[in-house]
Design a binder for this molecule. Structure first.
Ligand code: ARG
Ligand code: ASP
Length: 721
């Protein structure tokens, strides 16, 4: 008991201080808040070198890659590097049995071998600006949530329009500190981005899901692309006439290596954090939502892994689905563990108690903030239930691993079009073509026994875990006709639905007309899907959204109050997929009693992990030869090759592919993951154990140069030896 109180007190003090690594800072405000500390830690450049609108700066070399990753330029000819797992969809889309780039890797040996990628975009920030005053113009405290939202949206629309008028740029206004501050972002988006190189999965995904979220790590998680522009160096759709983009800046690459304690900076696009959430939020996630989501995904993975282990074909079919189910599943487990070990709920409760004391010591504050904590408590009591049901239903109707039930949603747009009497036939044929492509892909990657078993197991869990008020209408039928036996019911669904047959489904698509609606409505797989979606739309979302609105508004007031209460502290805004700077140093950590991790791994570790019986630990023959011959060239370090390293930079999902830079702004690595003991950093950063993981740039160059013999690519890079 005593010990616990003491620990909590220490934790509170720790949490309140500013310490190494924590924080994701706005590039525009580095000069104001961070540059002195960065210099003290060894950074040699200026804030203007990071972000400037007057001269070329680092920001001109960093981009959003695709929809959820970061990438960076490494040559003046538009060459960029990001993670293998970020380029995975593109690498996969070019792969076939004859050209299996996932298994064998891909290297363009000249410009005309580079592969275009439909739909892939990269986004550069041109400038950002604080537009809070304009966004909140006319917004008053007595407005209700909907009035407030409407006024803000109107102001934002105007700001965005003005910002990009007469340019080819796009504008975006994002909220910070829960609506207490707003920034405008003006972006330039390129859409001709070609695949240049990718190592085989046995390098780019070495360690697979076994090693995911852990350290020590040996994954060569990188891939190379090139941005093309028109003759004026402006964005253009793919064309053979396009030329390599000539950027204002690209990162030099350092071969000088790293030492523990060296300054590091990560410059990229972190997606989502909730560092200021109240204790109730943490309690909801750690004790209520995450454990149940972990269970449901464990059940899915158990079925999937069994079928995948038994059949090579199934393993290929489900590789990417498995990775996406397993990634969040494993992170949730790490977060639950980390939050408990750090005692985050008690720490936050103690903080909230002090906050309330501060509030109650002034009448003015009492009037303004007196109900915040109790309001949170009330809202979360209700919100948690709706959030659970929402997330649980999503595990079903989201379709991951049980696609036959959900494939009918591919017909929703056609359904809607036919419901609209003046539908035009051109739109319909475009949608049909798109749907056909999706269906082909669906059947290519479908193993029916796996799919059916998952549909059964997950439906059983759904009934055990959500309150009966949210049971779908179909329940009555299941109870009456099948005496509640889910397995019998699902057997019958799969026996009767035409969606199990590729031929029947494609025929249904191609002959789709107003009469098809009836056929769809009488299909048992569609009936189940529809029944669950109805609960979701009608019984869950309206109330969920209402509670979420109330939380949004409470969060805004709480955040503003915290900034007054804790006025010594510099608050960094939660991640929202805008460009941020994180800085810290190269550092290992203590993982537990007697376990101390070094900050770097080497090729020796790959050879130690090698296991021909475990897919995740296959090592390609050529890499073994290079290792045996010690053919390391200039990438060698103490008789081996450095592979990955950890540092104290605060990162999250979206930071994958981010440049990790040394004190001189040179590229030393590419960020790709975080270490197990510290993954709760989205909710609370632990300076002792929260670590980002990067591939050492020397390993990437070694693979390009020695493994792939694509050394010609190095000629266009700026390499600092
Ligand atoms: N955990 C990393 C991230 O969140 C890497 C995921 C890709 N790797 C994998 N084995 N699934 O994206
Ligand atoms: N692996 C993550 C990503 O893809 C990075 C992280 O969560 O640390 O963005």
């Amino acid at each position: 008991m005593y010990r616990k109180i003491l620990l909590t007190a220490v934790a509170v003090i720790m949490w309140l201080g500013a310490y190494a690594g924590e924080g994701m800072w706005l590039p525009l405000l580095i000069e104001k808040y961070n540059i002195d500390e960065m210099h003290a830690k060894g950074f040699k450049l200026s804030a203007e070198d990071i972000y400037s609108i007057n001269k070329a700066s680092m920001k001109d070399a960093v981009m959003i890659f695709g929809g959820g990753c970061t990438g960076e330029l490494i040559s003046d000819k538009g060459l960029l590097i990001t993670n293998h797992h970020c380029g995975y969809p593109q690498i996969q889309s070019h792969s076939s049995v004859e050209h299996d780039y996932l298994t064998d890797g891909f290297w363009a040996m000249s410009a005309d071998e580079e592969l275009p990628n439909q739909g892939l975009k990269v986004t550069f920030l041109k400038r950002m600006e604080d537009v809070t005053i304009r966004v909140l113009n006319g917004v008053t405290d007595d407005m209700n949530m909907n009035e407030r939202k409407a006024a803000i949206s109107k102001n934002i629309a105007k700001i965005m329009e003005e910002a990009v008028e007469g340019t080819h740029y796009s504008g975006l206004v994002e909220s910070f500190y829960y609506g207490n501050q707003y920034f405008l972002f003006v972006n330039e988006v390129f859409s001709d981005v070609r695949l240049v190189g990718a190592p085989p999965s046995s390098i780019g995904k070495f360690g697979g899901d076994s090693d995911n979220w852990t350290w020590p790590r040996h994954t060569g998680d990188f891939s190379l692309f090139r941005i093309y522009a028109n003759k004026n160096n402006e964005p253009a759709e793919y064309s053979a006439e396009n030329v390599p983009y000539r950027p204002a800046a690209h990162f030099p690459i350092s071969l000088k290596g790293i030492e523990e304690g060296d300054f590091t900076m990560v410059f990229g696009y972190p997606g989502n954090t909730s560092e200021y959430a109240p204790s109730f939020h943490i309690e909801m996630l750690a004790n209520f939502i995450y454990p149940k989501l972990v269970d449901i995904r464990t059940a899915k993975l158990n079925v999937m892994n069994r079928y995948m282990a038994a059949d090579r074909g199934v393993r290929i079919q489900y590789a990417s689905k498995n990775a996406s189910i397993a990634n969040a599943w494993k992170r949730w487990k790490g977060e639950i563990r980390g939050l408990a070990k750090m005692d985050v709920v008690s720490t936050k409760q103690a903080y909230e108690k002090r906050f309330d004391e501060w509030v109650n010591s002034s009448d003015d504050r009492k009037a303004k903030f007196g109900n915040i904590i109790s309001d949170y408590e009330n809202i979360y009591a209700d919100y948690s239930q709706y959030r659970l049901v929402r997330d649980y239903l999503n595990e079903y109707i989201g379709g991951l691993g049980l696609e036959t039930i959900c494939i009918s949603r591919r017909f929703e747009r056609l359904l809607a079009l036919y419901g609209d009497s003046n539908h035009d036939s051109e739109t319909i044929s475009t949608i049909k073509a798109m749907t056909e492509a999706q269906l082909q892909m669906h059947f290519k990657n479908l193993h029916l026994p796996l799919d059916k078993e998952t549909a059964t197991v997950v439906l059983e869990m759904l009934y055990q875990n959500i309150p009966s008020a949210f049971f779908p209408d179909i329940t009555e039928n299941i109870n009456n006709k099948y005496k509640g036996n889910i397995s019998k019911y699902i057997d019958e669904v799969y026996a009767k639905t035409f969606f199990i047959s590729q031929q029947a489904t494609l025929a249904f698509l191609n002959g789709f007309n107003s009469g098809s609606v009836k056929k769809l409505n009488s299909d048992p797989a569609y009936q189940l899907y529809k029944s669950l979606t109805d609960v979701y739309q009608q019984k869950v979302l309206p109330r969920y959204n209402e509670l979420q609105n109330r939380l949004d508004s409470l969060n805004r007031i709480y955040m503003a109050a915290l900034m007054q209460f804790d006025n010594e502290r510099t608050f960094y805004p939660d991640a929202n997929f805008t460009l941020r700077v994180a800085y810290g140093d190269v550092r290992g950590y203590e993982a537990g009693d007697a376990v101390r991790f070094l900050h770097f791994t080497t090729l020796e570790g790959i050879m130690q992990k090698e296991n021909p019986d475990i897919y995740d630990y296959h090592v390609p023959e050529r890499l073994k030869q290079l290792h045996a011959a010690k053919d390391y060239g200039r990438y060698e370090l103490n008789g081996t090759i450095p592979v990955a390293f950890t540092a104290t930079n605060h990162t999250t999902g979206g930071n994958s592919g981010s440049p990790i830079l040394n004190a001189r702004g040179e590229l030393i690595g590419v960020n790709f993951d975080r270490a197990w003991e510290g993954v709760m950093s989205d909710l609370m950063f632990n300076p002792d154990q929260s670590r980002n993981i990067s591939i050492d740039i020397r390993y990437a160059l070694f693979i390009i140069d020695k493994y792939a013999n694509a050394g010609y690519l190095l000629d266009e890079m700026t390499i600092v030896e």
